[in-house]
Structures are given as structure tokens and as C-alpha cells.
Design a protein around this ligand. Structure first.
Ligand code: FNR
Length: 183
């Protein structure tokens, strides 16, 4: 059975280390996972003024999320929290009131930083947001990655064998989490 996963990368940067991590994770994913990138870069800043007439980009974004069995967030930490663009996207996903498309979707998060704590604070904030949105957030294993030169090979693989093995098992745990909790 195919399990469809919506990927939200928390960085919009063209050379994002989290995008590179997401690409590497996709390669390490168990065969039953179909991972689709959900682009939220065209969303305006959310205001409840839009609730009466959601713009097409937001309807498309919500439809993409509604269509998946689970959500994978790969995010950097910005100023000890999650990037504003990612929070904005989750705000669009949650509204109008009563039409939150994240509700009931199993999710997991992982992140890469150049800093020593590897997005731990951002993930703590994101866990609060996703839990509030009634997502079943994977508790363990956690994944906090500090990126140093040579972390990725030239062709985008994870250079260190033990890190690669950990990320492989992390994706297996995520697949189990989604199959256990998907509606
Ligand atoms: C950062 N960075 C950062 N790193 C960290 O570990 N904790 C933090 O709070 C922050 N804050 C922060 C704010 C802003 C606005 C930027 C641009 C960066 C550094 C961050 O880890 C680094 O830029 C990563 O490369 C960001 O991930 P992407 O965008 O490359 O995926």
C-alpha cells in the first residue's frame, strides 16, 4: 500500500540545507512512502479578512494537504523558533475556523541547522503548533542535525554512514507512525 506524504520544507532559500536534507530523506524513505513536495511559497501573509473568500493559492495549498496521509516537516530554526513563512502556511492550512486540514493528519518533524542544537527550539515550537492543530505528531525518534562541511556528498547523499543509517531508521519510524495513525 502506498502512503502519501506531504513534504513541507521550512526554508525558501535556493541553497537550503533543509531542502538538501529533505531530498536525502526522500531517497532513504521506505518504498511504500510517496513523498510530494507541497509548495507554499506563493501564499500571501494570512489575515482572517481572507476567510470569506480564500484565494486560489491558499485553496490549492489546502487541497494538497488534504490529499496526503501524513505530513513531514523539514525545517530550519530562525531566531529560536520556526521560520515565519512556515508558520504563515500553517495558519492558512488551519482556517477558516472548522476547516483545518491538518487535523487528524499524522506528522513528524526534523531539522538541520548550522548551530549546535540542530533546530531543537524550533521543533519544540512546531510541536506545539502541530499538536494544537490536532495532528498526531511523532514523539520519537527526534532528529536534530548540525550541518558541517562535507555533511552531504556531491550527489546529495548523507556522507557519514552512521548518520545515514539513523536517518533511514527515522524514516522507517515515520512510515510506521503514519500507517498507525492515518485516518
Ligand atoms: C538563522 N540561523 C539559526 N540557526 C540556529 O541554529 N538557530 C537560530 O535561531 C537561527 N536563527 C536564524 C535566523 C535567520 C533569519 C537565519 C537566516 C538563519 C542559521 C541557520 O541555521 C542557517 O542559516 C541555515 O542554513 C538555515 O537553514 P536553510 O535555510 O539553509 O535550510
Amino acid at each position: 500500500m502506498t502512503i502519501k506524504i506531504g513534504l513541507l520544507v521550512g526554508s525558501l532559500a535556493s541553497d537550503s540545507i533543509n531542502r538538501q536534507l529533505a531530498n536525502a530523506l526522500t531517497k532513504l524513505a521506505p518504498a511504500e512512502l510517496e513523498i510530494v513536495d507541497i509548495d507554499y511559497s506563493k501564499l500571501a501573509l494570512y489575515s482572517h479578512d481572507a476567510d470569506a473568500n480564500y484565494p486560489a493559492e491558499a485553496l490549492d495549498f489546502k487541497a494538497s494537504l488534504a490529499d496526503v496521509d501524513g505530513i513531514l516537516v523539514v525545517t530550519p530554526e530562525y531566531n529560536r523558533s520556526i521560520p515565519g513563512a512556515l508558520k504563515n502556511a500553517l495558519d492558512w492550512a488551519s482556517r477558516p475556523w472548522g476547516q483545518n486540514v491538518v487535523a487528524g493528519k499524522p506528522s513528524a518533524m526534523i531539522g538541520a541547522s548550522i548551530g549546535a542544537i540542530g533546530t531543537a527550539v524550533a521543533q519544540s515550537h512546531l510541536r506545539t503548533v502541530l499538536s494544537f492543530l490536532d495532528s498526531d505528531v511523532m514523539a520519537q525518534p527526534e532528529g536534530y542535525l548540525t550541518i558541517t562541511p562535507g555533511f552531504f556528498t556531491a550527489d546529495g547523499e548523507i556522507a557519514d554512514a552512521s548518520t545515514s543509517s539513523f536517518l533511514h531508521s527515522w524514516m522507517q519510524a515515520f512510515a510506521k507512525h503514519v500507517s498507525r495513525n492515518a485516518a
